[in-house]
Write a new protein. Sequence first.
Length: 84
Amino acid sequence: MGFSVGVAYTFTISGHCEARSMCSRNPLHCIVPPYIIEHLAQSADPAVRCWAVANLAASQALRAVRSTTQAMPGLMVRPQGFDD
């Protein structure tokens, strides 16, 4: 299963992990330290585990993009007609 940034994942009663938009939440109320999320990823509760793994995957993807763009800014696509 692929995970998307800006999406919350919930575990349904039927046993499926479903995505829903996080647009209705205040992002400042959703900050959880990585060590807590890593601990939650080992939870016996499938809903908690689903959320934690999705969060870790999204966080890692954002870190990878940030790291790559800082290391190799010349590889970034620039809009046509963009001037410095």
